[in-house]
Design a protein around this ligand. Structure first.
Ligand code: IK2
Length: 422
């Protein structure tokens, strides 16, 4: 019908043609700004010399500059010239995926040896989550997903666009600024058996609050009792403790208990490959045959979306992780980034306490990873931005990666000014 109408309009001359084409997108309203990336846009548009960006979770050095790791520079030097520009297979770089699985599942994982893991290279962590959500919709079409409150805002977009209904589960306890473990366990117990849950493997975004090892064991046990499925989103492996092996503890606990987990990995943060979009989605299967089938379906989902993933970042990752010396350098550099952030947590807390702030600020040093969930209200955040040119998300999340020796005093003073009267 629409086609018929269009061809009639086109035949009837120029005036009609311009009316019909002008009408195509008249109903399109501007999309709301992304709560995280919109902050960066506002920061870039601000001409103030004292402006500070603690919005987006992207690592900066102590001069506030983006960082390219030495191991990445060296890998680029080694691959320069040797790289052709051919397509990767639909599942991406086999070498990169192999190395990536070792990071999540362990160097000597029996699951890897037994070829029980279906895994494909993805467009970073976002792409891994989205591919999983699409897979969930296709092969468990009536299921829903449980998402923690709060979470990285894009999780909601991802499962919404994959048409998977969302439920939430308790996670953060605002009063204690810690984990609401009891309510979380209740929600796990009360969810229908065999539910899908999204879990942050480490360095929870935005709260910086992770379950302890004991708590992870209990969570894993309750998942076993209820037969739930866990998708681990691991966007910060190495950023919590400085050691990628330690940061995989939650996953390893689930694996010891025999769960068939899914895992979304990203090299944006821990290798600083933000714009290269390198990641991996993996799913533990019952046996090799099932893993082959699952992988083929993941590839089938990728094919009409982007066909195959980009090659350059994958080659950087496989070059680094495939070379013992470069891997050692990477581990040192990850620890260096994590340590600088930990140092800035101490400095921010000390500065606030030295200013005589009447509020408790221990949570700044207790929370881990890239973010501090400050407890500031949206109105206080607005004052930080409008009066002090300090940019952060309105949920009060401070990206500690943007805090430096040079701006920590200014930031603490501004936070004190907007919070001191409650
Ligand atoms: N999952 C989580 C929990 C993330 O935090 C991210 C990255 N978020 O970074 C922006 C911010 O919150 O300031 C991702 C997944 C996906 O990251 P990427 O697609 O870049 O690998």
């Amino acid at each position: 019908m629409a086609l018929l109408l269009r061809s009639r309009l086109l035949k009837s001359g120029g005036a009609a043609r311009s009316i019909s084409t002008a009408a195509w997108w008249r109903h399109v309203e501007p999309a709301p700004k992304d709560p995280i990336l919109g902050v960066t846009e506002a920061f870039l548009a601000d001409a103030s010399p004292s402006k500070v960006n603690v919005g987006v979770g992207a690592y900066r050095d102590d001069n506030g500059k983006p960082v390219v790791l030495d191991c990445v520079r060296e890998a680029e030097r080694r691959i320069a010239g040797s790289l052709n520009m051919e397509y990767l297979p639909m599942g991406g770089s086999i070498k990169m995926v192999e190395e990536t699985l070792k990071l999540a599942y362990g160097e000597n994982s029996e699951l890897i040896k037994d070829r029980r893991i279906a895994a494909v290279q993805t467009l970073s962590g976002t792409g891994a989550c989205r591919l999983f959500a699409d897979f969930q919709k296709r092969f468990s079409p009536d299921s829903q997903v449980y998402i923690p409150v709060p979470t990285w805002a894009n999780h909601h977009n991802i499962w919404r666009d994959a048409n998977v209904p969302q439920r939430t589960f308790h996670y953060y306890h605002p009063e204690s600024r810690g984990l609401d473990f009891a309510s979380m366990i209740d929600d796990i117990k009360n969810a229908p058996s065999g539910s899908f849950f999204l879990l942050h493997a480490c360095a929870h975004n935005p709260t910086g609050v992770d379950p302890s090892e004991e708590q992870w064991k209990e969570i894993s046990y309750q998942f076993k009792v209820k037969g739930h499925f866990a998708l681990f989103d691991m966007a910060y492996q190495g950023f919590a403790s400085g050691d990628p092996e330690r940061d995989a503890k939650s996953i390893r606990i689930f694996l010891e208990d025999g769960h068939m987990i899914g895992c979304a990995q990203s090299y944006a943060k821990n290798m600083g490959l933000y714009g290269q979009r390198v990641g991996c989605l993996s799913m533990v299967c019952e046996d090799e045959k099932q893993a082959v089938a699952v992988k083929s379906q993941l590839q089938q989902l990728a094919r009409p979306m982007y066909s195959n993933p980009p090659v350059h970042g994958a080659l950087i990752v496989s070059t680094i992780l495939g070379d013992p010396d470069l891997k050692k350098l990477w581990l040192k550099e990850v620890k260096g980034m994590a340590d600088r952030i930990i140092g800035m947590r101490t400095a921010l807390r000390e500065n606030l306490e030295n200013l005589g702030s009447p509020l408790p600020w221990e949570h700044i040093t207790k929370q881990i990873g890239m973010f501090c969930y400050s407890g500031m209200t949206p109105e206080q955040v607005d004052r930080l931005t409008n009066e002090f040119h300090i940019y952060l998300t309105r949920n009060g999340r401070i990206s500690m990666a943007g805090v430096t020796t040079g701006n920590v005093g200014y930031l603490a003073n501004a936070i004190h000014e907007v919070t001191k009267s409650g």
